[in-house]
Design a protein around this ligand. Sequence first.
Ligand code: ATP
Ligand code: MG
Length: 585
Amino acid sequence: MSTQPTEKNDFIRTIIRDDLASGKHDSILTRFPPEPNGYLHIGHVKSICLNFGVANEFGGACNLRFDDTNPTAEKQDFVDGIKEDVRWLGFEWAGDVHYASSYFDELYGWAVQLIKQGDAYVDLQSIDEIRANRGSFTEVGVPSPQRDASIEENLARFEDMRQGKFADGEAVLRAKIDMTHPNLNMRDPVIYRVMHAHHHQTGDKWCIYPMYDFAHPLSDAYEGITHSLCTLEFEDHRPFYDWVVQKVGFDVPPRQYEFSRLNIDHTLTSKRKLKRLVDMGVVSGWDDPRMPTVAGMRRRGYTPEGLRDFCERIGITKSEGLVDHRMLEFSVRKSLEETTARGMAVLRPLKVTITNFDDAVAKFNELKNEKTVAEFDGEVLWLTQPKHPQLDMGERQIPFTKTIYIDATDYEIEPPAGYKRLSPNNPEIRLRNSYILKVNEHKTDDAGNVIELIATIDEHTLGNNPEGRKVKGVIHWVSATHGVAALVRLYDHLLLEEDEIDASLAQNVLGDNADADAFWIDRHLNPNSLTVYQAVVEPDLAKAAAGERFQFERESYFIADSVEHTQSLPVFNQIVSLKDSFKPE
Ligand code: ATP
Ligand code: MG
């Protein structure tokens, strides 16, 4: 991987380039086909960036199609959320949104066509019998008692299915292929099932619904999709994909190509499992900033640019692997460096009383460096500073007062080796944008914790270096009287294990057994994924609009929370740390 986004030259783009060059296709049409049974996550972002990305690059188009064949798990809410997420990522689908359910009439017609061709039959075995009779890798399947029923019988039974004469599970329509096929997906797969369920798009019109494996290829073909891009687990389904498209008789069949799914360390990438966390109340919702959902990442402050850059860096291959989460953070951080204003926020406030404040500040006019713009109103020294050191983002007024807060970790009575900040032996430090501070005394509580520092400032050092000595280190601070109390939330991984797969080895985790899931959650979720600080921020930060991003100096990048932030009680979410050990080669 290079520091620059990799040149987009993956095997899928090579295929598309060749297909356009050879004249196989004049233009390309891809699709992103989410099932609306949850919100999109970072894995889907990879698929979105690929499908919409290649369409844009090659002058084609990309459809957004909801693969909504399973009404019990699906909701309009998820449809709306997914649309919002795709747009937020910066992509636009071709024309209207599509739904597999819009094709239920056609799909039904094709099913009837298959029956008439002798390519499908109604099976009256139970789901368990069908499963058992499918055989295994070592055993061939056992044909259904109805496998050789006449076309007329099958048509009548399928009509009965449609008319609601069967209860759920009493009958299915199966493709008639080969019960001895080495690929289990070709052993007469189920293509329609009875399901007496209300559908979010089609209401109560249907009580039979097509299976995904039947609806997906035919929807692709019907829409004229040229390249159907999906993840590797569908590789074994490709023979059926091609079979059904060919049997129905499309002139220009779409072609399915598989790429490896995205897995990131410490990250769950399964809608089902994420839904479980939401349903169990482990997170505050799909948009909890710790969630790897698009909604969560958006609320966390991740940028669409950062996510797209990440997808370019990871590229598209056929090899499975675990991507370093720091790479995602790297891309997000890169997108923030040039776009966010600076501010000072103290997460662990330690009070500092400046005993010579009035005398020292009174003299600021005669002693200040001409670069320092400030005004003293008799109580507060208002420092004027740019919002960003290099970029023109305007200015902010920082109040400097007799009592301030610094971060408690910036003073140590017994500092560890190499500690560069304040201690009894190193009492002087620069306050960012302000004077050199000298700690003369610390006060402790009964437990020995430092609760206040008594200090002085060097009146000659506003914008000037101190004379006769070197003072190393700069710390941030906030006025104790003019700063604003704020909630600042820092995040860590949700998942303790590096690999989701390892954490999921136990059968049925995050399924529908509340006790088993609670047990799993207890063992595998990080109890410290969220830390809330009662912080104090400079007034300019409190004025932030919800969704505005900042760099809190010496801390992290933060975003004013889109749901809870107000100017009277600011709430900030950590986006990413300022620095990281990760360096893409
Ligand atoms: P989940 O298991 O999380 O529900 P899914 O594959 O069932 O995922 P769909 O809504 O069916 O979710 O997926 C829409 C598209 O997104 C599919 O083409 C799928 O291949 C792709 N996709 C899903 N997860 C990933 C992932 N981790 N990496 C890349 N693409 C993914
Ligand atoms: Mg799916």
